[in-house]
Write a protein that binds this ligand. Structure first.
Ligand code: 13P
Ligand code: SF4
Length: 301
């Protein structure tokens, strides 16, 4: 039996749903029940009635699934699948920041630990950050964390008073406006789509055709008739784009934009996760209860 067949058989045997993020290895995406962005996968985790959720993504995604589904078993196939952006702020950092701005509303990006989410008023993902910030009552100042590029983009879009935590994703932050200039010169006329975590997303808005979450980028790729599209995000997403639209060419702005955390998970890890029930992700009930409020606002937005 091939590894892929083993995974498919084990999923049935264990009554598990396998969720994979758009940045996962191609062979993991191909065997998953659902592939998508953070918001889509959070919703799928809630909709599925299977008792076991295997999350081929990074830890904060698995924690989110656990918080939203406290009665189910959530497995992360490799505990090294963390996130440098999520690690850029702790709950203690956030409590100190809140103490400096006692009247502010806290909007936390989903790329945060459960402890940080428990301190937030609202959570958001890249696909609904603008909408979530628009839902914050008018006139309230906002603390937005931890990604400063996403925060800057949302601030420009909404015109709200937002203080930004100075955190970034090392994979996306290095994509600067100069990289876009170079790509535009080499591929004249090709549309550019960018993830809002990119270091270029807000400053290079005039050159970027669309700033989108990873699923927004997938939809664009599926629908475009452009012969070539330039993609500014982690390169794992190209697999699905090429599969969905073989008539267009999808080129990365930075072929070295590889998230080492997402790539920790191999197909063999997924097989072992299903086989041995590892690694169980738990969130203390009190933390989960506090984090659930802000996550439910995110899923509803
Ligand atoms: P998406 O929600 O757009 O999938 O992004 C998650 C992420 O970690 C991007 O680096
Ligand atoms: Fe975190 Fe960046 Fe990897 Fe996304 S790409 S999981 S933000 S380190």
């Amino acid at each position: 039996m091939s590894l892929e067949e083993e995974v498919r058989a084990l999923k049935e045997e264990r009554s598990a749903v396998l969720l994979a993020h758009n940045y996962q290895r191609p062979e993991v995406q191909d065997v998953a029940d659902f592939v998508g962005d953070s918001l889509f996968l959070s919703r799928k985790a809630m909709e599925s009635d299977r008792p076991v959720i295997v999350f081929a993504g990074v830890r904060f995604m698995a924690e989110t699934a656990k918080i939203l589904n406290p009665g189910r078993t959530v497995l992360l196939p490799d505990l090294k699948a963390g996130c440098a952006l999520a690690d850029s702020i702790t709950a203690e950092n956030l409590r100190a920041w809140k103490a400096d701005h006692p009247d502010a509303v806290v909007v936390a990006y989903i790329n945060t630990s459960a402890d940080v989410k428990a301190e937030a008023d609202y959570c958001c993902t890249s696909s609904n950050a603008v909408k979530v910030v628009e839902n914050v009552p008018a006139g309230r100042e906002i603390l937005f964390l931890p990604d400063m590029f996403l925060g800057d983009y949302v601030r420009r879009k909404t015109g709200r008073t937002m203080h930004l935590w100075v955190g970034d994703c090392p994979v996306h932050a290095k994509m600067r406006p100069e990289a876009l200039d170079r790509a535009r010169a080499e591929h004249p006329g090709a549309p550019i789509i960018a993830h809002p975590e990119c270091g270029c997303a807000s400053q290079a808005l005039p050159y970027v055709d669309r700033v989108l979450s990873t699923d927004g980028m997938i939809r664009f790729a599926e629908e475009t008739r452009a012969p070539e599209v330039l993609v500014a995000t982690e390169v794992g997403i190209l697999h699905r784009m090429r599969k969905l639209n073989p008539g267009s060419r999808f080129d990365p702005i930075d072929a070295g934009a590889i998230c080492p955390y997402m790539k920790e998970i191999t197909l063999a890890d997924v097989r072992d996760s299903l086989k041995f029930g590892r690694y169980v992700i738990d969130v203390p009930p009190e933390t989960a209860a506090r984090a659930r409020r802000s996550l439910e606002r995110m899923v509803a937005a």
